[in-house]
Design a protein around this ligand. Structure first.
Ligand SMILES: Cc1cc2nc3c(=O)[nH]c(=O)nc-3n(C[C@H](O)[C@H](O)[C@H](O)COP(=O)(O)OP(=O)(O)OC[C@H]3O[C@@H](n4cnc5c(N)ncnc54)[C@H](O)[C@@H]3O)c2cc1C
Length: 264
């Protein structure tokens, strides 16, 4: 497989840097080809602004969605964004690696998504009508490819358990897994989360490294999260609500969008 690892940590000598090396070494040992987008090292520009759309008429009000659409259609996105889009189209699998900062991804990575997931590429794809709401959530440009998160967190696993004070980790990561990765079509694998990292000792690192190796060895075979597909009958369109008869047991909120009932 071809794998793109997007790395969002400012320090190569960090724990994230060490786990990144472990991941790449294992992927290569398995015969995969790897490219890395090291956002801090490359000085990634994270804020979307007028400079992203050099062909948008000077003085005209900037409408980001419209400018993104026009620039994608006319192949006039900036070179850094185009290079990332090329890498995404090259890769069979995408790994986003980051430390959890304030219950979210670091701003530089969010900015990578904001700029690279352009209109016409990652959103605004397919027919939009009262019967069909675009190719997204199970369809889209990146359909057929795999994606997963590799995340380090300071808190304990219990803190992120269903009754933990931080909220369940799957809920915290839902906007990324479902809203960013599943949206343009990726099959999203369960995230790999390394907990309680700030007090890591050598032995903790060895264990964490082996767990990362195992996830890399199974990147091609791990079953994706069974998010429901938008255009295949589970949702009422255009309301985009889950049909009232679906949703298992006590499922509420984000959990409703995972199909745990249908046989594989
Ligand atoms: C702004 C900010 C916001 C945060 N928000 C949250 C939050 O919302 N929720 C939460 O749970 N946590 C939060 N944290 C904690 C954060 O998630 C962790 O600090 C981060 O995941 C640690 O990753 P790192 O790569 O920076 O680790 P590092 O700081 O590089 O290392 C962590 C530990 O591992 C050791 N280590 C590093 N490399 C190795 C190695 N090769 N071998 C052995 N040991 C090693 C280091 O000595 C250190 O003890 C936040 C931190 C910051 C700075």
């Amino acid at each position: 497989m071809k794998v793109l690892l997007v790395f969002a940590h400012p320090e190569r000598r960090s724990l994230n840097g060490a786990l990144r090396d472990v991941a790449i070494a294992e992927l290569e040992a398995q015969g995969h080809e790897v490219q890395v987008s090291d956002l801090y090292a490359e000085g990634w520009k994270s804020a979307v602004d007028r400079a992203d759309f050099p062909h948008w008429p000077e003085g005209a009000e900037l409408r980001v969605g419209a400018a993104s659409k026009k620039s994608f259609e006319t192949d006039t996105l900036t070179g850094d964004v185009k290079a990332e889009i090329e890498k995404l189209l090259w890769a069979d699998a995408l790994i986003l690696q980051f430390p959890l900062w304030w219950y979210a991804m670091p701003a530089i990575l969010k900015g990578w998504v904001d700029r690279v997931f352009a209109y016409g590429f990652a959103y605004g794809v397919g027919e939009h009508s009262d019967k069909r709401w675009g190719d997204r959530f199970g369809e889209g440009t990146l359909a057929g490819r795999r994606a997963m998160l590799l995340v380090t967190v300071g808190g304990w696993e219990e803190h992120y358990s269903p009754r933990g004070i931080n909220g369940p980790i799957d809920d915290l990561l839902f906007p990324i897994n479902h809203g960013i990765l599943y949206y343009p079509g990726y099959e999203v694998l369960p995230p790999h989360v390394v907990y309680q990292v700030d007090r890591f000792k050598e032995a903790d690192f060895e264990r964490a490294a082996e767990n990362v190796r195992e996830r890399m060895r199974t990147l091609e075979t791990t079953a994706p999260i069974r998010y429901r597909r938008q255009n295949f009958g589970d949702y009422l369109i255009p309301a985009m609500t889950l049909r009232p008869e679906l949703g298992e047991g006590e499922a509420r909120g984000f959990a409703l969008h995972v199909d745990t009932a249908t046989a594989l």
